[in-house]
Design a protein around this ligand. Structure first.
Ligand code: MG
Length: 357
């Protein structure tokens, strides 16, 4: 590079970096909303799921696809029984018998799989302990004996095959049992069947994060990934396991279908808002037990136990709420409209009452 060119390239790189920073800052600043008020007591309670007795076991709401005893939950490509064999409580890929597919199909899900590559090391690169776990039958999380076995990074164990190498190589040695815990969000399609949101994968390999919410470019494939057009409108598919000619074993396979969309309130939060009457507001200012009401810049604020001020949004002269929160403040008044006390409902706990001091 000539010395004349160097400052020009540096300056161009600097400007481009500034541009990228601006783009990312702008896109990261969008205001998110849950659709619910904070601490809304009407929000549905989380379902109770009982965890397994031991780490890695199937929780109470999981669909167990393989528990070591039979392969009835699996089929071959043609729909007939799966042709893999059960060996010592594991299902083992029989070379050239084909992929196996779960009979039940899934979209968004959490998947737990345990696998072991053959103890006896044979082959190298992609030829050693190769298999794969496919979500929706389309998106492969690569299974490979990647213990001291160099290959192309986006084809090593824990890779979203051909697209994203794992963040780290978390492989155990040949023959040792390993785990994948996968969180999968299926692709979304618009009314025309065009992809509106790519499939998303998060993968833990032996408890170590190797894929962090990556967006699949399309269904995975060798050399070239496919486009979403090839699975237009598809919302479900089987979990499938690859036969790549190596006797890889699997055990303890369970899956939890995930809720597809967050539940929104039946009626959106839209409180009756009125302008704050400054004279009324001035009367409310004061101490109420351990709490304080302040007026500042033509707004009212509650200092709950001296916490940072919470802006009070007037619903009526005596009733106030907080921005995007279920919290409520109600004043009790005497005949002259002077406050005598306050009632605070800040969350699902019992209301707090305090007299004016
Ligand atoms: Mg594979």
């Amino acid at each position: 590079m000539t010395s004349l060119l160097r400052p020009f390239i540096l300056a161009t790189t600097f400007v481009f970096t500034l541009f990228l920073s601006a783009v990312f800052c702008a896109s990261g600043s969008a205001q998110l909303t849950t659709g619910w008020k904070a601490h809304d007591a009407d929000r549905p309670q989380p379902n109770v799921v009982t965890p397994a007795d031991k780490p890695g076991g199937a929780p109470s709401d999981a669909v167990v696809l393989f528990d070591g005893t039979d392969m009835s939950k699996w089929r071959s490509k043609d729909g007939n029984d799966a042709k893999w064999k059960i060996v010592d409580g594991a299902m083992e890929s029989v070379p050239r018998s084909g992929f196996v597919f779960s009979r039940e199909e899934f979209g968004d899900c959490q998947l737990h799989v345990e696998f072991a590559s053959p103890k006896k090391v044979k082959g190298s690169g992609q030829g050693r302990g190769n298999s794969g776990v496919f979500l929706m039958g389309e998106f492969e999380v690569q299974v490979l004996d990647s213990f001291n076995n160099r290959t192309y990074p986006d084809g090593s164990a824990g890779a979203v095959y051909g697209q994203y190498p794992p963040l780290v190589n978390a492989s155990r040695g040949p023959g040792q049992w390993q785990t994948y815990d996968i969180i999968f969000r299926r692709p979304r399609f618009d009314a025309e069947g065009k992809v509106s949101k790519n499939a998303q994968l998060t993968v833990l390999h032996n408890g170590i994060l190797v894929q962090n919410a990556v967006l699949a470019l399309g269904p995975t494939g060798w050399i070239q990934h496919k486009t979403y057009d090839s699975i237009k409108g598809k919302t479900k598919g089987p979990i499938s396991l690859q036969d790549h000619g190596n006797p890889v074993r699997y055990r303890n396979i369970w899956v939890r279908p995930l809720v597809e969309e967050r539940q929104l309130p039946a009626t959106p939060y839209d409180p009756v808002k009125i302008d704050l009457d400054q004279e009324v507001a001035a009367k409310l200012v004061g101490k109420y037990g351990a709490h304080k009401v302040e007026q500042k810049n033509k707004k009212l604020f509650l200092l709950f136990h001296g916490h940072s001020p919470l802006e009070m949004i007037p619903h009526s002269a005596a009733e106030y709420g907080f921005k995007k929160s279920a919290g409520q403040v109600t004043f009790t008044m005497d005949d002259q409209g002077n406050p005598t006390g306050i009632e605070l409902k800040l969350d699902a706990a019992r209301p707090i009452k305090a007299n004016r001091q």
